[in-house]
Design a binder for this molecule. Sequence first.
Ligand SMILES: Cc1cc2nc3c(=O)[nH]c(=O)nc-3n(C[C@H](O)[C@H](O)[C@H](O)COP(=O)(O)OP(=O)(O)OC[C@H]3O[C@@H](n4cnc5c(N)ncnc54)[C@H](O)[C@@H]3O)c2cc1C
Length: 539
Amino acid sequence: MNGGAQDAGSFDWIVVGTGSAGSVLAARLSERAGHRVLVLEAGGMDRNPFIHIPAGYTRTLNGDAVNWRFEIDPEDYTHNRVMPLPRGKVVGGSSSINGMLYVRGNARDFDDWAQMGNRGWSWKEVLPFFKKSERREGGDPAFRGGSGELSVSDMRDRFDLTDDIIRGGEELGYPRNPDYNGALQDGFAYYQVCQKAGLRHSAFRAFLKPALKRPNIELRTHALVERVVVKDGRAVAVEYRRGDRLERAAAARGIALSAGAVQSPQLLELSGIGDPEVLQAQGIEVQAALPGVGENYRDHYMVRKSWRIARPVTFNEKSRGLSFAGEVLRYAFTRRGLLTMTPGVVAGFVRTRDDLAAPDVQYHIVPASYDDPRTKALARTPGMTIGTYQTRPESVGAIHIRSPRADEQPSIRGNYLSVEFDRQALIGGMKIARALMETAAMRRHVAFEELPGSEVQSDDEWLGFAREAGFAIYHPVGTCKMGVDPMAVVDPRLCVHGVAGLRVADASVMPTLTNGNTHAPTMMIAEKAAHMMLKEERP
Ligand SMILES: Cc1cc2nc3c(=O)[nH]c(=O)nc-3n(C[C@H](O)[C@H](O)[C@H](O)COP(=O)(O)OP(=O)(O)OC[C@H]3O[C@@H](n4cnc5c(N)ncnc54)[C@H](O)[C@@H]3O)c2cc1C
């Protein structure tokens, strides 16, 4: 017994969380045969069938069986609405419930990280880690990986509406991009997806599940980590609760937190690592004063616009009645069709101003419209939706504990649209979306603009619509920022400043958002973390 906790063994490495990062990191660490690795996950196994059928996304997004279902605090900037922040609570973490879109970001994102003092994180230096994870057929081998564990495939179906919107992009001068994860990000293309033969390929399925065959790695599920035990400035063990038992596992070489951008900072604070004022307010003894823990929270804020489509060729009709029965059969026999679809079908990366060095707006385009875009409940009439977000926002929020318990969600303040720069980029992006639907390629499909409606014209009206209708789009990062400044939480080797034997490796270490969705760069971070950890261990 250890202060009330039962001894649960000792290991070389302990990894907390099996999400996009934790699954990659634990699997790679276990490749060193002599090392014993323990992986702890608060959720259970991925038995829920809606995880694996891609269109099941809409079910796991709203249900609570495999989802932490966090909520973002209401704020003036976004009309005091409570916004949801879903996170996967299951093996695979958010990679088991996400939209499966595979987007690495822009080369400049990583060059900027390096420029901030993060040596080793430039595009040239991170590219090999993106390639290492990936199994993709085709593509330029200078950029794409062919022999990794994660299957990155193309959409298994195409539609007139989505083919035409790519043509519409060309009419406006945006290129049709053969590979937005290759040499150039700009332009329009079908999304690349983390699917294998029409099923979701989560980080758990791709990396950790196969690694569990090794004798030196153990996964414990339903294990909610409550704190890291720090002794004389070194992280030595973790305490976690399984049912009503508190257990303690010790780590000889190190502990890595991969609990994600909401819960990695929460765990640091619960362990006495953070801003002393925040810790003391909850009666937690300070082990290391690190004012940056939980600060620098960034997320993409998406606004969806929709159009009524004149001819019924959208997901709205395919998801009803006999058509839907046909789609179910089609999926059962061919693993194609509506059930393989993701919440973005066509990607667009555009610059809202000519003087920009990289795209500043991204689109998720779907031949579908929703009664409630948040829950993804489809409307009864045919429609098309363009979700728009600014990719590199400067609006910054914070995530901090408001209780000393690991099972109570921290406070999440987003501050979306608090900075004028962000507002202007988003307004520019929404106007381009409208222009896309007015091109010759798209005009023939469109009956009328449903949301926001043609009466919205001035910048103030666009902004009012954005504040009222937008949502955080589930890409939280930055709360355990990597860097060398006083607000940094981890150094460029991902070691927590001031605490030996403790690392953070997940989306929370990104100092800024990448130009795109965050699953691919999070796996890259874990690949690089494992590489650095194993390299340091060489005699
Ligand atoms: C609904 C949704 C849609 C998205 N769509 C896309 C998309 O299409 N493309 C894309 O690139 N990105 C997408 N994202 C974002 C992307 O999935 C995340 O950025 C990425 O998965 C983050 O990985 P992570 O390892 O940091 O955290 P996670 O994958 O969230 O993993 C954290 C893990 O830690 C576990 N955990 C947390 N606290 C504890 C604790 N105290 N004890 C034990 N275990 C704990 C959690 O249960 C979880 O398994 C989406 C996310 C969501 C939620």
